[in-house]
Write a protein that binds this ligand. Structure first.
Ligand code: ATP
Ligand code: MG
Length: 547
């Protein structure tokens, strides 16, 4: 893999922080990770966690975990718990003093009142649809709401009444009075507060029926918590203008500053929580921890380790330019993490029988092999060669010129054992190959062989020493590289992205497992599933060794 010079030690945010620290040597660097508890975390969030928590570590600062909980319609307590669990699993420690935007509802209300009193905010009676229409778009300027010039006194009264529950959801809202003709659409009188009576808040229960918008709550939360560097993704670049406008007009000192980095996108996958919800609703996946999803819980279920995810985040670095990362990068880091941590064993996923006819009926040859080619301390194991073995279906082709395969009159080497040559096959009524009859050779010594130096080595398992095993094999959920960009992403779901194969592994496989992991030779890395939950021994394929 190429060396990446954009890694965590040289990124632009570190440069900004170091400059700020140079200017002010008593600066206490403080960041925050602000998830909205409206879903589970995904690998994009892992990147944000990685950035924010590592900044605080590097500069002896602090990083707050703050739940951005300003929309009870979408948020749930169960998401708060899962977010906490996932952050811990990733290996980050957040302070016990977890923050909630809802802790500051009283303060937000006070600042909203200040803006109203300054004539910088008003109560609007246009409904959501009308507000959208009046706002215009990139080519069409916005139009003032007929309620924009309401008297300050009246606005104060209405806002108080809004707070006290006099009005129904959607009947009115508080808007900043900025500029309906601004080139930046966000500045066209953004909504600051809306009424939500229909749903109880998971933290404040029924205390409030008006809730600040993200834009109003976020900058003030950052200010309250003395965040020095508020780091978010580039889609909030325009929101920064509003962020600064609010902080300027509520007249606070020591304002936090927002910096943006490019969000993480991964090819053939979606990350957005909203889109994951759509997949669940449409029964494409059952839940957030489907092993094909790049949610933290999905990755965990697939067998990814926190180290592999963190090394991936470090590798991709922090940039401003948005791009799509190939899945193979993530796969590279799990392979790298497991490479020297797990033992190796044999399994055959799609078995086909091989009869080595020139071996005696009860032939049994014990072969001592290392559990890992490089790690001596993993010790050795014994495998047994017998007359009847399984090999992988795809390692055989009846007629083939592919030297990597076994074919009639072609030779391959059985890993750690003899060479075999296929002589004939037996097919069943459906014309499917049932058995391959092979002849074994201890050595291939003839001269011809020198030319054929690269004889293929295939894995195998003696039928008698194998145990029925279930293998769950996953592929990317989407056939298209950029599903997030598609209007109807469901159309691009790969229906074969989940497969269960019944094959065989070594009878003694369980004794080879280290911390649930194993590498099946020539196939990939696998994670053992909970033994109590499955009838057969079951493994999840984390990643194949080769594409
Ligand atoms: P989604 O689009 O998945 O719903 P979100 O931005 O709405 O994500 P939040 O809970 O608001 O999710 O995000 C918490 C933090 O994680 C934010 O600072 C956000 O910028 C960051 N974040 C979210 N998605 C990504 C991503 N794909 N790459 C990097 N950071 C992300
Ligand atoms: Mg969000």
């Amino acid at each position: 893999m190429k060396n990446n010079n954009k890694n965590i030690n040289t990124n632009f945010i570190y440069k900004i922080i170091e400059k700020d620290m140079f200017k002010n040597n008593s600066l206490n660097v403080k960041t925050r990770f602000p998830p909205e508890p409206n879903g589970h975390l995904h690998i994009g969030h892992a990147k944000s966690i990685f950035i924010n928590f590592n900044i605080s570590k590097k500069y002896s600062g602090k990083c707050n975990l703050r739940f951005d909980d300003t929309n009870p319609l979408k948020e749930k307590k169960k998401y708060i718990n899962s977010i906490k669990k996932d952050i811990k699993w990733l290996g980050f420690k957040y302070s016990k003093n977890i923050k909630y935007a809802s802790n500051y509802f009283e303060i937000f209300y006070k600042y909203a009142m200040i803006l109203i009193k300054k004539g910088l905010a008003y109560i609007d009676k246009l409904n959501k649809k009308e507000i959208k229409k009046y706002r215009g778009n990139l080519t069409k300027k916005g139009k003032n709401s007929p309620f924009r010039n309401r008297k300050i006194k009246k606005n104060i009264n209405l806002f108080k009444k809004m707070k006290n529950g006099y009005f129904e959801d959607g009947s009115m809202c508080l808007r900043a009075k900025i500029n309906m003709k601004s080139k930046i659409i966000i500045m066209r009188d953004p909504v600051l507060y809306r009424i939500i009576k229909t749903k109880k808040h998971h933290q404040t229960k029924k205390k409030w029926c008006i809730y600040p918008t993200y834009d109003f709550a976020h900058c003030i939360s950052d200010y309250i918590e003395k965040i020095t560097h508020s780091i978010c993704t580039t889609e909030f670049t325009d929101n920064k203008i509003l962020y600064n406008w609010i902080l300027k007009n509520i007249e606070v000192k020591n304002k936090p500053k927002q910096y943006e980095f490019a969000r993480l996108n991964i090819e053939n996958n979606i990350l957005s929580k909203r889109k994951i919800q759509i997949l669940i609703k449409n029964n494409i996946i059952k839940n957030w921890s489907d092993p094909r999803l790049l949610t933290i819980s999905g990755l965990r279920k697939r067998g990814y380790t926190p180290v592999s995810i963190m090394n991936f985040c470090n590798y991709i670095g922090i940039t401003k330019k948005e791009n799509f990362i190939q899945m193979s990068y993530l796969e590279h880091f799990i392979k790298k993490d497991l490479e020297n941590k797990v033992k190796r064993a044999m399994a055959v996923l799609n078995p086909i029988k091989v009869i080595i006819y020139n071996l005696p009926k009860n032939y049994k040859k014990i072969i001592k092999i290392p559990n890992h080619p490089k790690i001596k301390k993993f010790g050795t194991q014994k495998i047994i060669l017998r007359k009847k073995i399984y090999i992988e279906k795809k390692d055989f082709e009846e007629t083939s010129k592919n030297k990597k395969k076994l074919f009639i009159n072609g030779k391959v080497k059985l890993r750690y054992s003899y060479f075999i040559k296929a002589k004939k096959i037996k097919k069943n009524k459906l014309n499917k190959i049932e058995k391959i009859y092979c002849k074994y050779y201890k050595k291939i010594t003839n001269k011809k062989n020198k030319k054929k130096k690269k004889i293929a080595i295939i894995h195998w398992i003696s039928i008698k020493d194998s145990i029925k095993t279930k293998f769950k094999i996953y592929k990317n959920l989407f056939k298209t590289k950029y599903p997030e960009k598609k209007k109807n992403m469901i159309q691009y779901i790969d229906k074969n992205s989940k497969k269960v194969k019944i094959g065989f592994s070594q009878k003694d496989i369980l004794s080879k497992i280290l911390k649930n992991y194993i590498q099946f030779e020539r196939i990939g890395y696998f994670m053992l599933n909970n033994l109590k939950k499955h009838k057969n021994i079951t493994f999840t394929c984390i990643t194949k060794l080769k594409k």
